[in-house]
Design a protein around this ligand. Structure first.
Ligand SMILES: Nc1ncnc2c1ncn2[C@@H]1O[C@H](COP(=O)(O)OP(=O)(O)OP(=O)(O)O)[C@@H](O)[C@H]1O
Ligand SMILES: [Mg+2]
Length: 254
């Protein structure tokens, strides 16, 4: 792996009232890597994701993605640059179909301006057809094509997580931030999710993954960052992290 850093976050801090949820934290993701982010409950991992994607504004710190500063951008603009995240509790719309959930994520080239839409009906129909084709291809690749017209609410918790991941592919992401992709997912589906992540990674997508399941971290990640009480505790290969006494202590003290 070269020193080609796709994401550099430096000195990020965020307090909620008196709680320093993230305190001068730093994290890097190399281009092409699957990087892990671990730490005990309440360590600030999800808050760090919120800061990276600007769902919450940081008190301090900077974020550079693909050699450009992104910390001043909105979460929507950050997504347009190619950084897409999923949520600890999957955010799919239960009363829409699986396919509609996919289509909601599709970028709208033509836009939503009324007159533009009216004037560009043929182009819009073409765009819609291509988006549907793309969505069905992605659903097929993750084994959800047969459920395309079912309500997303009818999916199992694990399938909902899979759908949320599949949806990120609608916008051709460069970096996907996954918040606990294996939590509450049955072991068979966890294995499938790991295989999909590896496949997408081989296709050029980088990943930053928060996960408590150490088997998932060990099998997927080339690099692991450890947060504890909002700050950096360690960084290394999965094996180095597994043998790090300080990390062990942080978890035992949980
Ligand atoms: N919006 C908020 N308002 C107040 N406190 C918050 C908020 N979000 C997070 N916190 C607090 O910040 C700290 C870090 O929370 P965070 O959810 O980032 O941890 P985490 O590492 O993702 O934990 P877990 O592994 O349990 O998901 C916790 O003490 C949490 O209670
Ligand atoms: Mg969390």
């Amino acid at each position: 792996m070269t020193e080609d850093k796709l994401l550099i976050a430096q000195g990020l801090s965020k307090s909620f009232g008196g709680i320093k949820a993230v305190d001068n934290a730093t994290i890097n993701v190399h281009r092409g890597s699957i990087t892990g982010l671990i730490g005990p409950n309440g360590a600030g991992k999800t808050t760090l994701f919120n800061l990276l994607s600007n769902f919450i504004n940081p008190d301090r710190g900077k974020v550079i993605f693909d050699n450009q500063k992104i910390d001043h951008l909105s979460s929507h603009q950050i997504a347009q640059r190619g950084v897409i995240r999923t949520f600890q509790v999957a955010r799919v719309l239960s009363r829409l179909s699986v396919l509609e959930n996919m289509l909601l994520a599709a970028p709208k080239q033509t836009g939503e301006n009324f007159f533009k839409v009216w004037l560009q009906q043929p182009k819009l129909r073409q765009e819609d057809r291509l988006n549907r084709e793309k969505a069905m291809t992605i659903l097929d690749s993750v084994g959800l094509a047969a459920k395309a017209y079912d309500y997303a609410g009818a999916l199992s918790g694990g399938q909902r997580k899979l759908l949320e991941m599949a949806r990120t592919l609608m916008v051709d992401p460069k970096l996907i931030l996954l918040d606990e992709p294996a939590a509450g997912v049955n072991p068979t589906l966890i294995q499938q999710i790991c295989q999909h992540i590896n496949t997408w990674n081989q296709q050029g997508i980088s990943f930053l993954i928060i996960e408590h399941n150490m088997d998932v971290i060990m099998s997927l990640c080339d690099r692991v960052w450890v947060l504890a009480e909002g700050t950096n505790l360690a960084e290394g290969t999965p094996t180095e992290i597994q043998n790090n006494q300080e990390v062990l202590q942080a978890y035992l003290g949980d």
